[in-house]
Design a binder for this molecule. Structure first.
Ligand code: FMN
Length: 276
């Protein structure tokens, strides 16, 4: 069963045009982040209860306020009189830089100005890890230790403390995400030498870990409830897919059409969706 949806096609084209205009209008060297909202979120014990790793992300973007809160929670300045941070660091070296990779480009967090300075405007998300979800998730943080910040220290100490320092930042990010219902996973599976080139890092800058942040992917689920009703939940990704392909098929909702499977729910769902 195929239902033509030409009106949607026109709508999608105009939305794409509006979207590209917005991107062009927003192109800039740095992003001034908003002050962190320090009076929001779940109590710490609830955030700890809900902290977890998630590996399926929607492509929904974070708002500027959400991004501002996230980065500040990770390693922002929480005592302006001393410049000290939300995460501790050995010798207060503050060697860790948070790089932010999005579809708009690569940025480095400037904690003093609470802003993101653009490194370049290339989308390198797919190179921030060896797992597929990194390419589409809205934000990939890359934690980089700048060994210069340690001064004259033993190399083994620098290796050990830089890794420890990142652990605190990553956990801050985990807890902020748990508190705000965001999805995240910290990642060691990174091709560091390839990524370092794409990030234009200096030899003394060392990638330690990466961390993906976004919204959990919502699966499309259709079924009948005990009253024979049809509760449905169409994910934003599927909605976009249906709109761009300009048609919907019962197979989009799981119909097999093999003459053996019971496809009635999928067919009903297709009709119900078309009537929406
Ligand atoms: C140092 C470190 C490296 C990790 N690397 C990866 C990774 O490359 N990919 C991944 O999917 N998860 C990675 N994880 C996440 C762990 O797999 C995850 O924390 C673990 O399975 C426990 O699940 P939980 O975080 O939900 O408690 C890493 C975790 C840590 C602490």
């Amino acid at each position: 069963m195929k239902i033509s949806l030409l009106r949607w096609r026109r709508l999608v084209v105009s939305m794409l045009l509006i979207g590209s205009c917005t991107v062009l209008a927003q192109k800039q060297d740095s992003i001034k982040l908003l002050p962190p909202q320090t009076d929001i979120g779940k109590p710490l014990m609830q955030a700890l209860e809900q902290r977890k790793s998630t590996r399926e992300f929607s492509d929904k973007k974070l708002s500027l306020q959400e991004l501002s809160n996230l980065i500040w929670a990770g390693n922002g300045i929480n005592r302006p009189e001393t410049g000290k941070r939300t995460a501790p660091s050995a010798w207060n070296a503050q060697d860790i830089d948070i790089y932010v990779s999005t579809s708009e480009g690569l940025y480095i967090y400037d904690a003093k100005n609470h802003s993101l300075k653009q490194i370049h405007d290339k989308d390198i998300r797919a190179h921030t890890g060896g797992q597929d979800f990194v390419a589409d998730a809205p934000v990939n943080l890359v934690y980089v230790s700048n060994y210069k910040k340690f001064g004259e220290r033993d190399i083994e100490d620098m290796k050990f403390y830089s890794v420890a320092n990142v652990g605190f930042i990553a956990q801050n990010v985990y807890l902020y995400c748990a508190s705000q219902g965001l999805a995240t996973v910290v990642r060691g599976m990174v091709n560091k030498s390839e990524l370092a080139k794409l990030m234009e890092l200096e030899p003394e800058q060392n990638i330690i870990l990466a961390q993906t942040v976004g919204y959990a992917k919502i699966e499309t689920q259709i079924g009948t409830d005990e009253n024979g009703g049809l509760p449905g939940n169409v994910s934003p990704e599927d909605l976009r897919k249906f709109k761009s392909q300009g048609s919907i098929c019962s197979s989009d909702f799981g119909a097999k059409g093999d003459g053996k499977s019971d496809d009635i729910n999928a067919i009903a769902a297709t009709h119900a969706f078309f009537e929406m």
